[in-house]
Design a protein around this ligand. Structure first.
Ligand SMILES: Nc1ncnc2c1ncn2[C@@H]1O[C@H](COP(=O)(O)OP(=O)(O)OP(=O)(O)O)[C@@H](O)[C@H]1O
Ligand SMILES: [Mg+2]
Length: 334
């Protein structure tokens, strides 16, 4: 299949309930199997001590099928890392493995120095989309607040009855809403907010507990180009200003390209990680897919991948896939 198309992962299956907190509440999945440690094939040169997420020869099987294997990578603190690849290749599964929601079949994962799931209270999670019904009456500000207390049962006491803690929570709520630029519409019912406004509020929810790691599954899905750029810039700013590492699954790499530090490209049951200009090349993607791939730039500078095969029903093709590797050395822009 030689149809050209942008480097992208198609949108959304698997809708998650929009009324749930966008964060796995406070490590509730701690009991799930997970594992340890890391080896780095990233090209950033980050020392292992700085890695927020480390996978070492990791393998995941779902429904008796290997989704990916031999995946080794490291996400350094404070870096903005995109997860790319075709539909069904296992991008969301990678995020779920990091959160401890999907066990490894082999290899190791370490997240914030612990087994996956142990540090979920320090991770902000935005599941894959999630559309609010226009009739949803809950206000944006209440959706954001769920990030603070959505994992507790019962109706929260009013802030004024919760003393200093309540005041601090309210201050944080306003602060994080301001950070994402949502002050103007946060008191509207979320169902009446635009897709971009909803995304900003959900990002605020993921940010409210000052996470060290943001795990965002297609947060730019359904946004127009302008909003994709402004939300990407916002996420980069959070990385830079607050030192938060970001793992973001993207449908299309082009809008986020100016903001990224590294990409993880999943394909053919394996992965490659490195700076975008080294990963999204004909050499690297040909190595990853095991079939000739070309990478072009169109007249507007957008990256276009040519020759990307469909994801096979069995992600593990009969040939030996490459596992995670450093990207091929750059040969100049194509
Ligand atoms: N609970 C499940 N049972 C069986 N197969 C599953 C289950 N969850 C996911 N899969 C399969 O695992 C594979 C990887 O799914 P995943 O959602 O991680 O893909 P993805 O790369 O995020 O795709 P998309 O771009 O469509 O979001 C898919 O083939 C999917 O059908
Ligand atoms: Mg997905």
């Amino acid at each position: 299949m030689n149809r050209p198309h942008p480097v992208q992962t198609p949108s959304a299956a698997q809708p998650d309930r929009p009324d749930q907190p966008a964060r796995d509440p406070a490590g509730t999945h701690d009991g799930l199997p997970g594992a340890t440690v890391a080896s780095s094939t990233a090209l950033s040169g980050a020392a292992s001590g700085e890695a927020v997420v480390s996978l070492s020869r990791a393998e995941v099987r779902v429904g008796g099928r290997t989704i990916w294997s031999e995946v080794s990578l490291q996400v350094p603190a404070g870096e903005f890392v995109a997860v790319l690849g075709p539909n069904g290749v296992g991008k969301s599964t990678l995020l779920k493995a990091v959160l401890g929601l999907v066990p490894l079949a082999d290899g190791d994962v370490r997240v914030l120095g612990e087994r996956p799931g142990r540090r979920n209270a320090r991770i902000g999670y935005l599941p894959q989309r999630r559309a609010f019904d226009p009739a949803t009456r809950i206000r944006g500000v209440d959706i954001v607040r769920l990030g603070l207390d959505g994992d507790r049962w019962g109706t929260p006491l009013p802030a004024r009855l919760r003393g200093a803690k309540g005041r601090a929570d309210t201050d944080r709520l306003h602060q994080v809403i301001e950070t994402v630029g949502a002050t103007g519409y946060a008191r509207r019912p979320i169902g009446q907010c635009s897709g971009g406004e909803q995304q900003r509020l959900l990002i605020a929810q993921a940010l409210i507990r000052r996470p060290e790691l943001l795990v965002l599954d297609e947060p730019l899905d359904s946004l127009d180009v302008t909003n994709q750029a402004s939300v990407s810039a916002l996420i980069q700013q959070v990385c830079r200003d607050q030192g938060v590492a970001v793992l973001l699954v993207a449908h299309d790499v082009n809008p986020i390209l100016p903001y990224l530090d590294q990409v993880i490209y999943l394909a053919h049951g394996g992965a490659v990680m490195g700076p975008p200009e080294q990963v999204i090349t004909a050499d690297t993607l040909t190595m990853l897919y095991g079939t000739p791939i070309d990478v072009l730039r169109d007249r507007t500078g957008r990256l276009v991948v040519v020759g990307q095969p469909d994801t096979p029903p069995d992600h593990r093709l009969p040939t030996t896939h490459p596992g995670t590797r450093p990207a091929a050395p750059p040969r100049g822009r194509r």
